[in-house]
Design a protein around this ligand. Structure first.
Ligand code: NAI
Ligand code: MG
Length: 347
């Protein structure tokens, strides 16, 4: 049986880094099943051309034909554009990809890198403020806006279970729950209590006995992340905090261009670099492709091809350690395509 991978480059550097991910998978040759790549549309440019940022066809092909997918990055405007809505946020919801798993680790001494980071942010991916229920009214003091923040026991429990499961696979087996329940005692309070309660749920039978649990308010969590990043192993967080913390953690390992993620559900997985479409460097062939390539590896591992994933990951690590072929974000002079061909060579 062949492995069908939906490819959604979307906008900006998403289009420049996704071919690198494809090349890395192809370089594995016959050590994984024959792969078939299916190109799919989404993104802001797609919206401008067709009136929708996420065509139904894309979702249908993903659901009915693909085993997994890779997403590049989308350029979402900061102003409200009538009829537009972020396709990545919608895809996560439509495919029920409830966990966004973002490993951040230091590999080699490179500029701006803290040497002792090996953590994974497990971000809830379907609710919080990202349900995008915003309203605007005019009151006595002028325009008033409101946003609804949804935190459910159901979603908190399954992201909590995911965090504990991941912790079990890691040497330190330590989970830190990120929240702000000193202020948001109802919503974040539910998140915190529910995640804490995962090990004692019926049927767990001591499965997570070896996992230690701590918690940290989100603001001081960012402070400690910068001061003593080694204290963290698995950080589990509601959607918005998880989004912010993972970009912050990316700064500690040298570049957003290094940090991969997967959006995982119970029956589908979509790899995606943590970074956005980077309009400031788009079109110059200098985007770092390593986050996208690592996302391909994570996707393969989640899908059961751990050996293939490890080969891609060690090729990436070797290129970083050697330091000869790096893009400008890491202080190098290489182009996107040069870095890709060096990774492919090592695979
Ligand atoms: P960004 O992540 O695109 O860029 C932030 C900074 O990091 C920029 O200076 C950029 O040049 C640099 N950078 C990011 N990826 C890089 C790479 N692979 N190699 C080298 N440098 C890299 O975030 P920004 O600028 O805030 O957002 C730009 C657009 O991306 C926005 O429209 C935003 O909505 C969208 N975005 C999309 C995401 C997604 O598709 N999942 C995630 C985050 C932002
Ligand atoms: Mg982000």
């Amino acid at each position: 049986k062949s492995l069908k991978i939906g490819m959604i480059p979307a906008d900006g550097i998403g289009r420049e880094v996704l071919p690198g991910a494809k090349a890395a998978i192809q370089a594995l040759g016959s050590s994984i099943p024959t792969t078939e790549f299916i190109d799919l549309q989404a993104g802001f440019e797609c919206f401008q051309k067709t009136g929708t940022a996420l065509p139904d066809e894309t979702v249908e092909v993903l659901k009915n034909e693909c085993d997994c997918a890779l997403f590049g990055a989308v350029s979402s405007p900061s102003r409200k554009v009538f009829g537009y809505s972020s396709p990545i946020v919608a895809l996560r919801k439509k495919m029920d990809l409830y966990a966004n798993i973002r490993p951040v680790s230091s590999v080699a001494p490179i500029p701006n890198e803290q040497p002792t980071i090996d953590l994974v942010v497990v971000r809830e991916n379907t609710e919080c403020l990202y349900i995008k229920e915003e309203t605007q009214t005019v009151g006595e003091r002028g325009i008033e806006t409101r946003a609804t923040r949804l935190i459910t026991e159901y979603a908190s429990r399954r992201i909590g279970e995911m965090a504990f499961k991941i912790a079990l696979t890691r040497p330190r087996k330590h989970v830190t729950i990120i929240h702000k329940s000193n202020v948001l005692s109802v919503t974040d309070g539910l998140f915190r209590e529910t995640v804490r309660g995962v090990p004692t749920l019926p049927g767990m039978n001591g499965k997570y006995d070896g996992v230690t649990v701590a918690e940290q308010l989100v603001d001081s969590a960012v402070y400690r992340l910068f001061r003593e990043p080694h204290i963290y192993d698995v950080m589990v967080a509601p959607n918005l905090y998880g989004d912010i913390i993972s970009d912050a953690a990316a700064a500690l390992v040298g570049s957003l261009g290094l940090v991969p993620s997967v959006n995982a559900g119970d029956s589908f997985v979509m790899g995606e670099p943590v970074h956005g479409s980077a309009p400031d460097i788009a079109g110059k062939d200098i985007a770092n492709p390593l986050a996208a390539i690592r996302s391909a590896a994570l996707m393969l591992r989640q899908f059961g091809y751990g050996n293939g994933a490890a080969r891609i990951e060690s090729a990436v690590d070797d290129v970083i350690r050697e330091g000869r072929y790096l893009t400008p974000d890491l202080g190098g002079k290489s182009s996107t395509s040069e870095v890709v061909s060096q990774v492919v060579k090592r695979i």
